[in-house]
Design a protein around this ligand. Structure first.
Ligand code: PAF
Length: 290
């Protein structure tokens, strides 16, 4: 595996290779969920590129940019084991040289859910992903579905700006007890780790209700909220059931049988904000067996 920092080094490494390029952008502190993206890419492409970059643009002023967990040496080991050929670890100056003043903003899809409490977040994500795509020029790009809204926003940007990249969404990767894997899980202190299971319990409650025939989005959302509170999260950021394409409730409040319906939660435990989701209208082996 080659480790590169500058865009020139990255392009040089890619020039020496032929065939298709798969790309998995990350913010590092890699875990098995990231490894599943790398492995999927390695199985489908001639070359797999991963990036590790803690993107300052996607953090709000009062968020955890300075404390975001970092371990570049461990990241390099995990990336190599998971089949990455080129690991790109750019500095802030490489991606945002002095004078950089462009932003890429997707409207509509970014307004609700995470966008409500993190108003500048998605602009930071789409700006960096556009920047990374221009440098890597991948055929396929791999993202985890845990960030369901992010995936929808990136798909929109790729289509609107004609990137010509196939965006592949990979299933939420979970710990054995069902907690969705996240680099931020390391922040959980004491009983917060157990209370964090409230997120998957809420999603499972919604799945059971859906299986029992409930289709009113507001009732399913209320059940998510009640379950999160009952199992002890400190603060519910949102608990929503929406149409998977528009990310809002349908006008009738009734889930449309022909469309994807998704339940999404975001909650705080101490200083840690966690998100999770499940597509109610599809099987979810990760949640159904947890
Ligand atoms: O999902 C993430 O880790 C980040 O938002 C991403 C896509 C790497 C952009 O910084």
């Amino acid at each position: 595996m080659q480790i590169v920092e500058s865009i020139a080094e990255l392009r040089e490494a890619l020039r020496a290779r032929s065939g298709t390029v798969g790309f998995a952008p990350t913010m590092g502190y890699l875990h098995a969920g990231h490894a599943s993206l790398f492995a999927a890419s390695a199985g489908e492409n001639d070359t797999t590129v991963a990036s590790v970059f803690v993107n300052p643009l996607q953090f709000g002023h009062n968020e955890d940019l300075s404390t975001y967990p970092r371990d570049p040496e461990r990241d390099a080991r995990l990336a190599k084991e998971a089949g990455v050929d080129v690991l790109w670890m750019p500095t802030v100056d490489v991606l945002y040289p002095p004078g950089f003043s462009t932003r890429v903003r997707v409207e509509g899809l970014t307004e609700g859910l995470c966008g409500r409490s993190r108003p500048t977040h998605f602009e930071g994500v789409t700006t960096v992903v556009a920047r990374l795509f221009h440098a890597v020029r991948p055929d396929r790009a791999y993202f985890g579905q845990k960030d369901y809204q992010q995936l929808a926003v990136i798909r929109r940007m790729v289509e609107d700006l004609g990137f010509g990249v196939a965006v592949v969404g990979m299933p939420v990767y979970r710990e054995l007890d069902g907690l969705a894997m996240s680099s931020r899980n390391v922040y959980l202190q004491g009983d917060e780790r157990v209370r964090a299971l409230a997120l998957r319990l809420a999603l499972q409650a919604a799945r059971r209700s859906w299986a029992g025939g409930e289709r009113r989005m507001s009732c399913l959302a209320q059940l998510l909220h009640t379950t999160l509170v009952e199992y002890g999260v400190d603060e519910v950021d949102y608990a929503e059931v929406v149409d998977g394409a528009t990310l809002v409730r349908s006008a009738s409040d009734c889930a449309d049988a022909d469309r994807e319906t998704v339940a999404l939660v975001a909650a705080r435990l101490g200083r840690t904000r966690l998100i999770d989701n499940t597509v109610l209208s599809a099987p979810d082996p990760g949640l159904d067996r947890a």
